[in-house]
Design a protein around this ligand. Structure first.
Ligand code: PLP
Length: 378
């Protein structure tokens, strides 16, 4: 499928990474559980030791590469044990003491921890907001620009192509965290980025039953260092997780379509409610991020963020929801929501809610949200 740019997202998703059909074999071979492989004589690949290679990863890596970089035969993908393993692999394999890295100051809440660690290794870290392409202002002298768009949880969007052109003009590499968008929502490598990195724990796999991460690049030289990092840290996914992830990719287009439609419907229902402030969803025509999102995204993702007036109001709302589980994370087929301030890491109001739209029937989900809002306002 790697040369099949003529196919649509759904066709590519259901076939992504599948091997050539073999009579009497399943279309997606089962997970290969192996710590080592038969390896008499000289140790030649492709499969030598279970921390370095696994046939189940190979198929999944091919599938993710086909979705992130369709038609690009040179795309290289590596899967990891979690999104953070993938994020760390890129940052820590590409940067050395004395280098400068630019991170968003409104990205995933583990980034400040990563920042501390980078600084402990002598790497200078600068941060700027995602909105208004503010990272442009701190690029001079940087070795690596880290972009998270849409940002989690604030849902700001920056212009990947513009930032990438500015970074490349300064000899700076660019990595984009593509977790929220998924490869069906946006393809950072086509917009010029050097790396697309993501947590596959979220919508990519979509069932809330596994952790996974991945890195994709078109530059084999860059990937050599990332692969070395995976080897020395051993941050590898289990074969069962890799297989489940691959199986789940077949429905990514269905889930992404339904979930982004549901997110937009929920956002539209919240829009104009007097108790709701700070409503954000990149698909809302009036959203500050909509213009640039509509230019670089093909689906707007399943997350909606907004605030209710107080912490107590937000808690009442969350308790009143029947079809939405209280949980952290996002992207699953069952809607989830949480009061983000309960973790203390994000600079958000006490009543700030991150809502992840699942694959429920749209009318049911919207009715549940509106009923819970009414109940929490009493
Ligand atoms: N990147 C983003 C944008 C995330 O939201 C998350 C997790 O929420 C991660 C990376 C880390 O992923 P994981 O939890 O799979 O390590």
């Amino acid at each position: 499928m790697s040369d099949s740019t003529e196919f649509g997202d759904g066709t590519r998703a259901v076939r992504a990474g599948l091997p050539e059909p073999v009579k009497h074999e399943p279309s997606l071979p089962g997970p290969v559980f192996a710590a080592h492989y038969h390896l008499p004589g000289d140790p030649t690949g492709p499969y030598t030791y279970g921390r370095d290679e696994n046939p189940t990863w190979t198929l999944l890596e091919r599938a993710i590469g086909e979705l992130e970089a369709p038609g690009q035969d040179g795309a290289e993908t590596l899967v990891f044990s979690s999104g953070m393993a993938a994020v760390s692999a890129v940052l820590f394999s590409q940067l050395r003491a004395g280098d400068v890295a630019v991170l968003p100051n409104d990205g995933y809440q583990a980034l400040p921890l990563v920042r501390e660690q980078l600084e402990a290794y002598g790497i200078e870290v600068r941060t700027a907001p995602t909105a208004d392409n503010a990272q442009l202002d701190v690029l001079d002298g940087a070795k690596l620009l880290w972009i998270e768009t849409p940002s989690n949880p604030g849902l700001d969007v920056c212009d990947i192509r513009r930032l990438t052109e500015a970074a490349h003009a300064r000899g700076c590499r660019v990595a984009v965290d593509n977790t929220l968008a998924t490869p069906l929502g946006q393809r950072p490598l086509e917009l010029g980025a050097d790396f697309s990195v993501a947590s596959g724990t979220k919508q990519l796999t979509g069932h809330g039953d596994l952790l996974l991460g991945y890195v994709v690049t078109l530059d084999a030289t860059l990937m050599t260092a990332v692969q070395r990092w995976r080897k020395i840290t051993g941050a590898i996914p289990g074969p069962m997780e890799a297989w489940l992830a691959h199986r789940s990719l077949a429905t990514l287009h269905l889930r992404a379509d339904r979930q982004s439609a549901n997110a937009l419907a929920v956002a539209e229902a919240l829009n104009g409610r007097p108790e709701v402030t700070g409503l954000r969803h990149p698909g809302l025509p009036g959203d500050p991020a909509h213009k640039i999102a509509s230019q670089q995204m093909r689906r707007y993702g399943c997350v909606v963020s907004f605030s209710l007036p107080t912490r107590a109001h937000a808690d009442l709302f969350l308790d009143a929801l029947r079809l939405v589980d209280g949980a952290t994370s996002f992207g699953g087929v069952r809607s989830t929501a949480e009061r983000r301030g309960r973790w203390g890491g994000d600079a958000v109001p006490e009543g700030f809610i991150r809502f992840s739209a699942g694959a429920e029937d749209t009318d049911d989900l919207v009715a549940d949200v509106l009923r819970a809002l009414d109940e929490s306002a009493r």
